[in-house]
Design a protein around this ligand. Structure first.
Ligand SMILES: Nc1nc2c(ncn2[C@@H]2O[C@H](COP(=O)(O)OP(=O)(O)OP(=O)(O)O)[C@@H](O)[C@H]2O)c(=O)[nH]1
Length: 869
């Protein structure tokens, strides 16, 4: 392809002279050598075929851009008489053309054959280069030496789309306007988004309504709120009587009440609030059935503030539990290693103060120590939460014209003021026109407001700006997504966010809808159409698949969609039959583990388990398709088989109500090696699925006793990770490690616990304590920051730790990093092992921090080249 184009353009570089070192480096495509030569001050423009021209001819965009940025001259011709712009336009090197235009290169110079850059790009069919040249201001009327315009050249070579573009630019006479609209202005492009999280009935929708209420409607809201509260207690005595009901309805169990209309899905609205301005309010329902999609809408953004609401009418412990749940829920869905300026602020809002004994000051401010106590308890339990504001707003959410709402609005206005600077230089005429245009397109596609990116781009170019490049459109979509104007998922663009979050997901994930779905959770397109008639089922299913709520599978030549969220099948007896003759021999293999979230992080696994099931199905379709493999799934459980190897993966609660995911594997005798890799593979799929939804969630791996798995004991002993890792660290030889199992009053070896008793497997394993600290999971690092960042009375904080690990404080403080946390800087720079870090923390007497690592660091990693399952 290179050659033929070069020949067609008669652009082969001359070989008849001696190359300089730089030209040789370019011919070899070695960017390191080019960089080295540039840094040593070599001349960039020597020879009849200068390095820049050579790099472009070799399609080496990176080297060409490096040379341009280092000052290579773009105004000299090569031995063919061509300028860099001619070669780049002919070969369609858009990025190079962009840099050339940005550096002020003339786009109006013809080649020796009289062809202009526009003619060259048109001749070879590079429409994106044509757009770029037009946006850079080239003359679209320019004629070559044969007196032919570029659009005619395009037609001659069969590039009708380019001819059409140039025709339309000429016809509309808007070329300059289009080009101007692509250039950022100094206007800020900020729409703050306010996310409201909290259990059912805490007052999220009431707060959203009150925020949007004007002066007149404020009066009306108060009176309607009084009516709506008729069923609620009006005096402390009544509140005692109803206490049981309210605390149950608002406990960590996520039930909603019949006394009010609970939000379905996420209610999204744009409000224009006095003194704050444009803001989008996201009211997340407290109903648990919607949680599996919330990660799509809770990505970290500096332009967001998350209000976590709790009801002061609940008991203090329920308040703290609920707030901790929501903070953990939010943190789990955010990558833990971002610098804190990339997260939005989190603020606590205490509602229903009117139902407590609290009193008001003369200014109308509620005085309620309980609310303050809840904040203090939460801070103690979760010391590592970046951006949790040290304030709690106390309100009756139904009274808009109150001190609390004024206070809330002032906070919103201040946050907006602080971040507005960051968005200066991002507003474009393209964004402005698209916002207006979107209103029309939404109406045109009212029935099903979803387009694929290609169609969206085509429409946008045809109806808004003919010169918008793919990059412009990508950036535009990202801006619109952050503003809540559209929602982008994979290759789809949802034009109406409220339609997606309320109409579609609000309905399809509602408890009512779920209760009427097919128990097996599997639908053909026609079946689905019969249950959901509002839109074309095939399109809806495509969107739901992009949202990872279902997965398409081919069954006997028919496409069916599996929805783990709808699967209501109970566990079948006999799925893990102890009498199965394949697994009764003493030499058969057993292994298992439980994945827990750290203590205090409750109820976080249920909303991700349906995603685990989707990923298991995907793995069966892709990786296990050719094998004798099978996957059977029921409500919150799956059984995956490959040949004679079997595994169970299920979500359970222990006797304390703590959720965990259990994975166990069994195989016939002589299968230990295969069992190890099969188990590792399932573990990888499960963890990957969890981290794709919850990149900020810590997981603790507890290892199940293989001996008791073999005996099919109801509650096999679970070796906690801290015991396993500590034993490995203390051992002289890892394979000698013995761990005591109190259930069977005997020891099991490390090789039985994690290697299916096959010591050969050891060469595939790298023990956790030997891994580099940088391999600690992000959430573990974040928790260490919470423990080690605050100055400690005896200095046993990050400073001393840094010294012990061989890095002086000055060096760490001077590190060029966006992280404000010293501990995070230390952890991302130090090259010591996790074991050395644990030992140093023990020596510093910081058992608390050492424990966090012992519990959540991986016990071992599998060396990748051997994980060949
Ligand atoms: N007295 C009093 N009632 C309130 C307050 N906030 C909300 N309510 C009432 O509590 C009920 C539930 O409030 P909502 O705002 O709908 O609750 P929500 O948090 O949106 O609940 P979900 O949509 O189920 O997640 C309604 O009847 C409200 O009028 C408050 O501060 N004081």
């Amino acid at each position: 392809m290179n050659d033929s184009l070069s020949r067609n353009c008669s652009y082969s570089p001359s070989d008849s002279f001696e190359y300089t070192a730089l030209q040789f480096a370019v011919r070899r495509n070695s960017i390191e050598q080019v960089r080295y030569l540039i840094e040593s001050g070599t001349d960039l423009d020597t020879g009849p075929d200068p390095a820049l021209h050579l790099a472009i001819r070799k399609y080496n965009t990176n080297i060409a851009i490096l040379l341009l940025e280092s000052g290579a001259c773009f105004e000299i011709k090569d031995s063919n008489g061509d300028l860099p712009i001619h070669i780049a336009c002919s070969l369609g090197l858009l990025e190079v053309v962009k840099v050339l235009c940005a550096l002020g290169c003339s786009v109006e110079v013809p080649t020796t054959k009289g062809l202009y850059p526009l003619h060259l790009a048109s001749k070879y069919g590079h429409i994106s280069v044509v757009r770029c040249l037009c946006a850079a201001g080239c003359n679209i009327e320019v004629r070559n030496t044969d007196n032919i315009r570029a659009d005619i050249t395009a037609l001659k070579y069969g590039h009708n789309n380019i001819a059409d573009l140039l025709d339309r630019l000429r016809a509309t006479g808007q070329r300059d306007v289009f080009a101007r609209h692509l250039v950022p202005t100094s206007r800020p492009a900020l729409r703050l988004s306010l996310r409201l999280l909290g259990h059912c009935g805490v007052g999220k929708s009431s707060l959203a309504k009150s925020l949007g209420a004007g002066l007149f409607s404020s009066l009306f809201r108060r009176s309607s709120s009084l009516q709506s509260n008729k069923s609620r207690p009006s005096s402390p005595i009544n509140s005692q009587i109803e206490m049981d009901v309210t605390s149950r309805q608002n406990s960590i169990t996520f039930e909603s009440s019949a006394h009010y209309h609970s939000t379905n899905g996420i209610h999204v609205q744009n409000l224009d609030i006095s003194n704050v301005g444009d803001i989008s309010v996201w009211d997340f329902s407290g109903q648990e059935s919607y949680f599996p999609v919330y990660h799509h809408f809770l990505k970290p953004s500096p332009y967001s503030i998350t209000a976590i609401l709790f009801n002061l009418d609940d008991s203090p412990s329920v308040q703290v539990q609920q707030v901790c749940f929501w903070i953990n829920f939010l943190l789990a869905r955010q990558n833990a290693e971002l610098p804190s300026c990339d997260y939005g602020q989190i603020i606590l809002v205490a509602t229903h103060v009117d139902l407590t004994r609290a009193v008001k000051t003369q200014q109308g401010e509620w005085v309620c120590p309980d609310a303050q106590n809840t904040l203090e308890s939460v801070k103690k339990l979760l010391p590592h939460v970046p951006n949790l504001m040290d304030i709690v707003i106390i309100m009756d959410s139904n009274v808009p014209a109150s001190f609390a709402f004024k206070q809330f609005k002032t906070i919103l206005a201040n946050i907006k003021q602080n971040i507005i600077q960051q968005t200066i230089g991002t507003w474009t005429g393209l964004l402005e026109n698209t916002l207006t245009w979107l209103q029309t397109v939404k109406t045109d596609y009212e029935q099903f407001p979803v387009l694929d990116r290609v169609t969206f781009s085509e429409l946008l170019r045809n109806q808004v700006n003919l010169l918008a490049s793919d990059d412009h459109i990508d950036e535009l979509l990202q801006q619109l997504h952050v503003m809540g104007e559209v929602f982008c998922i994979k290759y789809l663009v949802v034009l109406s966010v409220p339609w997606l979050t309320s109409n579609l997901l609000g309905e399809l994930l509602s408890a009512d809808f779920i209760s009427s779905t097919r128990v097996i959770g599997v639908y053909s397109v026609d079946d689905f159409q019969a249950s959901y008639m509002q839109c074309d089922a095939s399109k809806v299913l495509e969107l739901l698949e992009a949202l990872n709520l279902c997965i398409s599978c081919e069954v006997d030549g028919e496409i069916e969609y599996e929805f783990p969220i709808y699967n209501q099948i109970e566990t079948l007896d006999g799925l893990w039959n102890p009498d199965d003759s394949r697994y009764v021999s003493r030499n058969s293999s057993y292994g298992g583990l439980r994945l827990y979230t750290p203590s205090g992080i409750l109820c976080q696994l249920k909303s991700v388990f349906c995603h685990v099931q989707i990923k298991l199905r995907k793995a069966l379709i892709t990786s296990y398709a050719d094998n004798d493999s099978d996957l059977y799934q029921w409500n919150a459980g799956s059984k995956m088989c490959s040949m004679d190897l079997e595994s169970l993966i299920f979500l359970e609660e222990d006797q304390n109500g703590v959720q965990y995911i259990e994975i166990k594997v069994r195989g016939p005798s002589q299968s230990s090696h295969c069992c190890f890799h099969f188990f590792e593979n399932i573990k990888k799929i499960v963890k990957k699925a969890i981290y794709s939804i919850c990149p900020g969630l810590s997981l603790e791996t507890h290892i199940l006793s293989p001996e008791e798995l073999r005996l099919y004991t109801d509650e096999p002993y679970c070796y906690p990770p801290q015991i396993v890792t500590a034993a490995i660290m203390d051992a002289e030889s890892t394979l000698d490690v013995l761990l005591y199992n109190p259930n069977i009053s005997s020891h099991e070896t490390i090789s039985q616990l994690v290697m299916f008793d096959d010591v050969d497997v050891a060469r595939h394993i790298q023990w956790g304590c030997a891994l580099n600290v940088q391999q600690l999971p992000g959430p573990v690092k974040l928790r260490l920051c919470g423990l080690l960042d605050p100055p400690e009375p005896h200095g046993r904080d990050w400073c001393l730790l840094a010294l012990r690990l061989g890095l002086c404080q000055k060096k760490i403080a001077a590190l060029d990093s966006q992280h404000s946390s010293h501990t995070m800087r230390l952890l991302t720079t130090s090259d010591c092992t996790i074991g050395a870090l644990i030992t140093s923390l023990h020596e510093l007497d910081r058992q608390d921090a050492a424990d966090v690592i012992l519990k959540s660091a991986p016990v071992f990693n599998v060396i990748v080249e051997h994980a060949d399952v």
